[in-house]
Ligand binder design. Structure first.
Ligand SMILES: [Zn+2]
Length: 542
């Protein structure tokens, strides 16, 4: 067959249509099969699928068994897993953080006022009368001529920073992309930048709207074990204390420091903002137990016929929060039906649909990551230890949280305007009278909150499309209501359970069909999707 290396997505789509696209049998995504996998993965028996637990052992075994049963080859040599060496640090932080130096001494209360942990694998780590500095958004962005740390020596100082970025709420899309959160807005970026600055600590000021979720989400981290990659032997500087401040506690701090918190939030958005020493000193003690162990990415493949060295990667993280704090019903198992048993079941469904077709030209890889909830660690490890060369990786199609509320006319692309894959999706959607929609909350920075982000960070075009809110029967308002209900009542709570009566999987099946049309199309084409000219990932060489 004639093969032409084409760059633009839409042309790729054209090529797909012309090449040996097999006929599309009806119902490639039967909902009973999706339901069967979700039932198992989101069951109490799988204990909320936390790494390093029996929940992990059961989940990884189940996924391997399913991929074998579907007829997929091991994706990592002769293994269906990639070991991910990790450290688990359980930080028990003293429940009071005394603050001195202000109009009156303050005693902040752990979990209610602050969340604090450490990535230093030492038995005891202390903040000792360390000075707090308000560093605005805590951003260093050369492309915007922005440096909140300019002229600052952060040694033995704690950076107090605002969540989101200076463009938040604005409509000037040339300034930090306006209301769409840039990576600078993510709490992970704030901690990473403070670490680069050699700070003793970094506390992100929580605020529900700019953060995109309530303080209950960071609270899950209070005195709970947290995971990170095992970097023994290549140790780098780590802050002593990392965490969050509640908005209310922050107000108290600024009052004690005699500073106008509201005014400084406004000033922090202006070019030339200068950090403000708060003349307050914080102390805290963290007692840590450290465990080193391996968690596992699950990886399976179907080898391509004509171009086996080129790969298309579908992904979905299998992990969730495990067993934790009881909810009002006394339920402590965080089943993670939506997050992300739905995406993982979707991955298995895509695998079945792929084997039901003639073999593709390119190799198709199915990757189910560990430790996404803990910091996207499974995908971070994969892209720094890729099984398939990144330069030969055509695209990543990631699934995280499929929608339970049924068929929709739209499918939402998170991070619209990033790369050509959305054009492929748009073409596939148009064929079934559906349309691609923007994410309803671009300020929430969802593009940085799942595993495709690590592919983007190394220059591999990544598509993260999910749900839709334009409900096929009940319209947009209904869909929007369903979405905010899920975020408010079930996201990262024990109530995120799989109830077949509540979960309308026909919407999930429809979306899988579209993602399959994109992925399967690419696996039978010579197209190389590209990043858009406005994308912050376009210049990354891989
Ligand atoms: Zn997730």
């Amino acid at each position: 067959m004639f093969r032409l290396s084409l760059s633009t997505g839409c042309l790729g789509v054209l090529l797909v249509a012309l090449s040996c696209k097999p006929t599309t049998p009806d119902n490639q995504f039967p909902t009973d099969a999706i339901a069967a996998d979700m039932k198992v993965l989101a069951s109490d028996d799988f204990q909320g699928r936390r790494p390093f637990t029996d929940g992990e052992t059961k989940t990884v075994a189940y996924l391997q068994q399913q991929f074998k049963a579907i007829g997929f080859e091991p994706g990592n040599g002769d293994s269906y897993v990639q070991a991910v060496p990790m450290a688990e640090i359980t930080t028990m932080t003293d429940s009071v953080m005394p603050i001195t130096g202000g109009k009156q001494p303050l005693r902040l209360s752990g979990r209610r006022d602050f969340i604090l942990w450490t990535d230093r694998p030492e038995p005891e780590v202390k903040l000792e009368q360390d000075e707090l500095v308000f560093v605005g958004f805590g951003v260093v962005a050369p492309e915007y001529g922005w440096n909140d740390y300019a002229g600052l020596d952060m040694k033995n100082k704690i950076a107090v920073v605002l969540v989101n970025d200076p463009g938040f709420g604005g409509d000037d899309t040339t300034f930090f992309k306006g209301n769409t959160m840039t990576y600078y807005g993510r709490w992970t970026y704030k901690h990473e930048e403070a670490t680069r600055q050699g700070a003793k600590g970094c506390l992100v000021i929580h605020n529900t709207v700019p953060a995109g979720y309530g303080f209950n989400v960071p609270q899950v981290a209070w005195n709970n074990p947290h995971l990170l990659l095992d970097d023994r032997g290549q140790e780098s500087y780590k802050c002593a204390g990392l965490g969050w401040l509640s908005y209310e506690a922050t107000q108290q701090l600024f009052d004690a420091a005699g500073l106008d918190f509201r005014q400084l939030q406004t000033d922090a958005r202006k070019p030339g903002f200068k950090a403000v020493p708060m003349k307050l000193k914080a102390s805290a003690t963290m007692h840590n137990t450290v465990r080193y162990n391996q968690s596992y990415n699950v990886i399976a493949k179907i080898t391509g016929t004509t171009h086996p060295d080129e790969v298309v990667i579908y992904s979905a993280h299998w992990d969730h929060l495990g067993i934790g704090k009881k909810d009002e019903k006394g339920d402590s198992i965080y089943n993670g039906a939506g997050d992300n048993a739905s995406g993982t079941a979707g991955l298995l469904a895509l695998a079945r649909a792929t084997t039901a077709q003639p073999k593709p030209d390119r190799t198709v890889v199915f990757l189910s990551f560990t430790a996404e909830e803990q910091g996207l660690w499974g995908s971070a490890y994969y892209v720094s230890h890729p099984v398939y060369p990144l330069a030969k990786t055509v695209a990543n199609i990631n699934m995280d949280m499929m929608n339970p509320w049924g068929k929709t006319k739209d499918i939402v692309v998170i991070g619209i305007g990033q790369n050509d894959l959305e054009d492929n999706l748009r073409a596939a959607a148009a064929k079934v009278n559906r349309y691609v929609a923007r994410e309803p909350s671009p300020q929430a920075g969802l593009y940085f909150r799942s595993d495709h982000f690590h592919f983007a960070k190394v220059g591999v075009p990544a598509l993260f499309a999910t749900g839709g809110i334009d409900h096929a029967e009940k319209g947009i308002e209904y869909g929007r209501q369903q979405q905010s209900d899920f975020t408010a009542k079930r996201y990262h709570r024990p109530s995120d359970e799989f109830d077949p009566a509540l979960w309308h999987l026909d919407g999930v099946a429809d979306n899988l069909q579209l993602l399959f049309n994109v992925g399967d199309g690419l696996s039978r084409s010579a197209a190389w999707p590209q990043w858009k000219p406005t994308s912050e990932f376009k210049d990354i060489k891989r």
